[in-house]
Ligand binder design. Structure first.
Ligand code: HEC
Length: 192
């Protein structure tokens, strides 16, 4: 039994060595996927403006990077019910996901409740966050109009904008969040 065991190991090793040779051979003989660059390593393709635009979706606090489009509170309410309420509660009061509404005036108390309405300093961050991360189960699936609308709905739920508000790239940066003064500026160069 012991001998049989000893012999089995080299046999397995030989098989493993053969397999890795086979893999190596198939790699070296494979045709490169793309030959557009002409660069030394002959791999990859140059990024197009379109490729970059799909990734470059950050919105700055002052609104730089906001896309065209617009959305109002009433439309946002429908979208919220369909795509957000299951996790955040019918009115944004929280559930499986965070509370998005309420908590204003609680930050300095023993039980601070940090929500979009009570804590976030910029309304533009709400747009940026929803666009890239929500719905949690389908990030980046909303159109710009839908993100404007659902942002308007959440800001209205928090009492920050009136019910007849329609938000776009010009009006969203002008929304003043209640906790705007609750943060200190970042002294690093280039920060807002
Ligand atoms: C499947 C559940 C789910 C759905 C659906 C969902 N969310 Fe969320 N949401 C979460 C979770 C979980 C977090 C916390 C994520 C984290 O901290 O990384 C979150 C965080 C957030 C936050 C940040 C809250 C904070 O104070 O940090 C916002 C804003 C938000 N969601 C908005 C939305 C909107 C708008 C929709 C609908 C378009 C939506 N969510 C749909 C689960 C969900």
């Amino acid at each position: 039994m012991r001998d049989g065991h000893r012999q089995a190991v080299p046999a397995r090793m030989a098989l493993a060595a053969l397999l890795s040779l086979a893999v190596l051979a198939s790699c070296t003989s494979a045709t490169p996927i793309a030959r557009k660059t002409g660069a030394a390593h002959d791999i990859g393709t140059p990024l197009t403006g379109e490729d970059l635009a799909a990734w470059n979706i950050d919105v700055a606090p002052d609104g730089r990077g906001l896309p065209a489009g617009s959305g109002d509170v009433a439309t946002g309410a429908h979208i919220f019910t369909a795509k957000c309420a299951a996790c955040h509660g019918a009115q944004g009061e929280g559930g499986l996901g965070d509370a998005l509404v309420g908590g204003q005036g609680s930050l300095a108390s023993a039980k601070p409740k940090r929500t979009v309405g009570s804590y976030w300093p910029y309304a533009t961050t709400l747009f940026d966050y929803i666009r890239r991360a929500m719905p949690y189960n389908a990030p980046e699936s909303l159109t710009a109009d839908e993100v404007y609308a659902v942002s308007a709905f959440l800001l209205n739920q928090n009492g920050i904008v009136p019910a007849d508000t329609r938000l776009d790239a010009a009006s969203l940066p002008r929304v003043v969040m209640p906790n705007r003064g609750g943060f200190v500026a970042d002294p690093r160069p280039g920060q807002l």
